[in-house]
Design a protein around this ligand. Structure first.
Ligand code: 5AD
Ligand code: SF4
Length: 484
């Protein structure tokens, strides 16, 4: 196992190995030398801050960066006033990009006073050529830039940036490689994300993801199950299987396997008690998956099923490949097969050409399905996507009115849905001490709702049966059941 390799035993004077991941372990050893030198000069360890700005996939990537930095010898901190700061960026909406440029301004000011500081950028936003150009031209104080496809090369690229002052920039357009067995540092000891696939082949017309995350690639079931077994042996009780479109898992593998079959295999791993997954595309959600979810004691009763719009006309322009009626039918079949299913969604308002009637269709579906929660987004024009050049972009004032109307409806409905569970006894997995009130701990139900109960840090990572005493719209106050 690579995880057990002793970096101090690697011969740093030999040529770097050509095979992966051995090559990256060699560069980790090189970086560790640099850390030791830093420690001698400053009488302390260097500090590193990894800032995650994106989705669950990005969060998992950040855990990989953290794992590598800790192996090298860095001390991790949440403060951006550190010796090394890396932004793992998102680019799904324009405002995410603007935030990065703003924050870089602050980092620059800090770096001027602390010239030894190193700054790196990675993630989805870096995969956009115009971004890379702008960084190169106007943000020359950044030391290292890489993308989503070559994240596994972080040790090698980091070593190069530690050696010189010039910006190291390496961006790949795509890859078919999946490099396994690099160190990972999990944020939580008891739960973990597990990548099952990378990239996306759907090309929804508004979405930049296929351009920045590349074509769909599934990991082999052997590698996935091996990783989950290892996590279970380390004390993990909940896994979240991650992919842009988990329902098409396995289609690109030699011995094809369906997502439902993969779930059945994960279910067999003893110490795993809860299984979640994200994200599902409605067009690929099979009857087999509904049946597996319905009969599984471990798969959580939560499904995130992005709808995007309730108008068949807009759905077609979005290239979603389902209609309003098909979405409604799917939601109905899911609710019938899985009682107490929490159904959540993503909705975009103001897609080009959206009329009042289209918007009313969205409101219709929201009311008919009764989502347990919904993330609502204002359409954001992403350069290079087909929707960016569509006619009839909706005026900002119109979008804002629709957005507020939708948000209000969604919040009212989800509060009503949540209220149904008040008074019930349910099980939570305790995740952390409440940051506002240390006499409380916070956990999650199988349906992903948040519950606060009296408790202390010793309960973290344990399952507790609780009475849901009070519903506050999208979270609950509860009380542990005391057994005689
Ligand atoms: N504008 C607004 N929202 C978007 N999303 C993806 N692309 C865009 C865009 N261009 C939303 C979708 C997706 C979620 C992750 O982000 O709703 O499901
Ligand atoms: Fe953002 Fe999409 Fe990248 Fe996730 S995959 S970080 S949502 S752009």
């Amino acid at each position: 196992m690579y995880h057990e390799i002793d970096l101090d035993k690697i011969d740093k004077n030999s040529e770097p190995p050509t095979e992966e991941p051995a090559r990256q372990y060699y560069f980790m050893a090189k970086c560790r030398e640099w850390v030791k030198d830093f420690e001698q000069r400053h009488s302390r360890l260097p500090q590193a801050c990894v800032v995650n700005m994106g989705c669950q996939m990005n969060a998992r990537d950040s855990e990989k960066l953290t794992g590598i930095l800790e192996n090298i010898g860095y001390q991790m901190t949440d403060s951006e006033e550190a010796d090394f700061v890396i932004y793992n960026t998102c680019t799904v909406r324009e405002n995410a990009n603007n935030k990065v440029y703003g924050r870089l301004g602050y980092l620059h000011a800090y770096k001027k006073k602390h010239p030894h500081m190193k700054i790196a950028l990675c993630g989805c936003m870096m995969q956009e050529p115009h971004v890379a150009q702008r960084i190169q031209k106007s943000y020359s104080f950044v030391n290292l830039v890489f993308g989503t496809h070559n994240l596994y090369k972080f040790p090698e690229l980091f070593a190069a940036s530690l050696e010189g002052e010039d910006m190291v920039m390496e961006l790949w357009e795509g890859t078919d490689q999946i490099v396994e067995e690099l160190p990972v540092e999990r944020k939580y000891s008891f739960k973990s994300g597990v990548n099952i696939m990378f990239g996306c082949n759907n090309f929804c017309s508004y979405c930049i993801v296929p351009y920045v995350r590349g074509r769909e690639r599934s990991r082999s079931p052997k590698d996935i199950l091996g990783e989950v077994e290892q996590l279970a042996a380390d004390g993990v009780v909940e896994v979240m299987l991650l992919g842009q479109n988990v329902n098409s898992y396995g289609k690109t593998l030699k011995g094809p396997i369906s997502f439902a079959q993969l779930l059945t295999e994960v279910e067999k791993i003893d110490n795993i008690k809860r299984i979640r997954f994200m994200t599902s595309h409605p067009k690929d959600l099979s009857p087999e998956l509904i049946q597996v979810m319905a009969s599984s004691p471990k798969i959580c009763n939560h499904l995130h099923l992005p709808m995007q719009s309730g108008s068949s006309r807009i759905l077609e322009k979005m290239n979603r490949r389902y209609t309003k009626e098909q979405y409604l039918d799917l939601a109905k079949r899911l609710r019938e097969a899985i009682p107490n299913l929490s159904l959540t969604t993503d909705i975009i308002v103001g897609f080009p050409g959206e009329t009042e009637e289209d918007f009313e269709d969205t409101m219709d579906v929201v009311r008919e399905v009764g989502f347990d929660s919904a993330f609502t987004f204002i359409y954001s024009k992403r350069t290079g996507t087909p929707a960016a050049s569509m006619e009839n972009q909706v005026p900002e004032e119109v979008v804002k009115v629709r957005f507020n109307k939708l948000l209000k409806e969604v919040q009212t409905i989800s509060a009503q849905r949540a209220e149904r569970l008040t008074g019930q006894v349910q099980t939570i997995l305790v995740e952390e001490v409440n940051s506002q009130d240390p006499s409380l701990v916070t956990g999650r139900l199988g349906n992903n709702s948040v519950v606060h109960i009296p408790g202390d840090a010793s309960m973290i990572g344990t399952f507790v049966d609780v009475t849901l005493e009070e519903c506050k719209g999208f979270y609950y106050y509860g009380k542990p059941i005391t057994t005689a």
